[in-house]
Design a protein around this ligand. Structure first.
Ligand code: SF4
Ligand code: SF4
Length: 273
């Protein structure tokens, strides 16, 4: 299973990964404003049009302040709560690692938003028929044997991509080689049952606004057959059922109209006699 390791000690906050994500996924730019407390972070948060954001965190390290950069995006959980919650199977865990989704199937019910422990999926508030949007870990690239656009473009190798177990070993190695340079925790290795996006940091993860009170096991075990497996055929049948119902009602309406027309013709003939 493929994964990404994001080492905040190597990130220079250039936001090349943010731009690469927009370019590969053809996401539009957003109007941004300078806002207090986070300095140069831009934009402020994830949205349906921004699937990854580099966060700017001014952190006190001993007697000085330093910028430490985090990366918001989908964590691509090993057992994704979003996919478990989705009633139509619009989100699913791929064998390669990414949690993919199909916006064409999405109902816009927002169950996945409520289920996600990392508050990742975002709603298209500005559309008449809104859907959910989130990072796909460039599953189209990964399936083709390529790495995600963000890790490909990172100039400092702050993001690396590879087999999950290799990246866990690499993270453990970095911590053991520089024990004073890292928090001794690989964020995402075990959180909610493990994720395919893992982080290393030299400051406590709460300083980077990551959720640090999460359980070490998944919220729900995906059964052999997921709820989506059961509901998907039913939900897929809805358009056909509605079409069939429309045809049946049309036929009934035609028959009723014909009868009324015949009755009118008969009455007008009798009146003429
Ligand atoms: S981080 Fe949230 S949206 Fe991403 S896979 Fe996990 S539950 Fe789903
Ligand atoms: S491209 Fe690399 S160095 Fe630049 S902001 Fe993204 S993670 Fe940091």
């Amino acid at each position: 299973m493929k994964a990404m390791l994001i080492d905040s000690t190597r990130c220079i906050g250039c936001r090349g990964c943010q731009i690469a994500c927009k370019q590969w996924n053809e996401l539009p730019a957003e109007q941004t404003t300078f806002f207090a407390s986070k300095g140069y972070q831009n934009p402020r948060d994830l949205s349906s049009k921004t699937w990854t954001v580099i966060t700017y965190n001014e952190v006190q390290i001993q007697d000085r302040f330093e910028w430490v950069f985090g990366k918001l995006q989908c964590f691509h959980c090993n057992i994704p709560a979003c996919a478990t919650a989705c009633p139509v199977g619009a989100l699913w865990k791929t064998e390669e690692g990414p949690v993919a989704y199909d916006a064409n199937i999405c109902l816009g019910c927002r169950y996945c938003q409520l289920a996600c422990p990392f508050l990742v999926p975002r709603f298209e508030w500005d559309r008449i028929f809104p859907k959910i949007m989130k990072c796909t870990m460039c599953d189209d690239r990964v399936v083709a044997g390529l790495e995600p656009a963000c890790s490909k473009v990172c100039p400092t190798d702050a993001i690396i991509f590879g087999d999950r177990e290799v990246l866990v070993a690499e993270a453990e190695n970095r911590i053991s080689l520089n024990p004073r340079g890292y928090v001794h925790h690989i964020y995402g290795k075990d959180e909610v049952g493990g994720t395919c996006v893992m982080h290393l940091s030299n400051v406590p993860f709460e300083e980077l606004a990551y959720q640090t009170n999460l359980p070490q096991k998944a919220f729900a075990n995906l059964p052999a057959k997921t709820p989506a497996d059961y509901s998907k055929p039913a939900m897929h049948a809805i358009p056909f059922v509605l079409t069939g119902l429309g045809i049946a009602l049309g036929a009934v309406s035609w028959v009723v109209n014909r009868r009324m027309e015949n009755e009118r013709n008969t009455q007008s003939k009798e009146g003429a006699k």
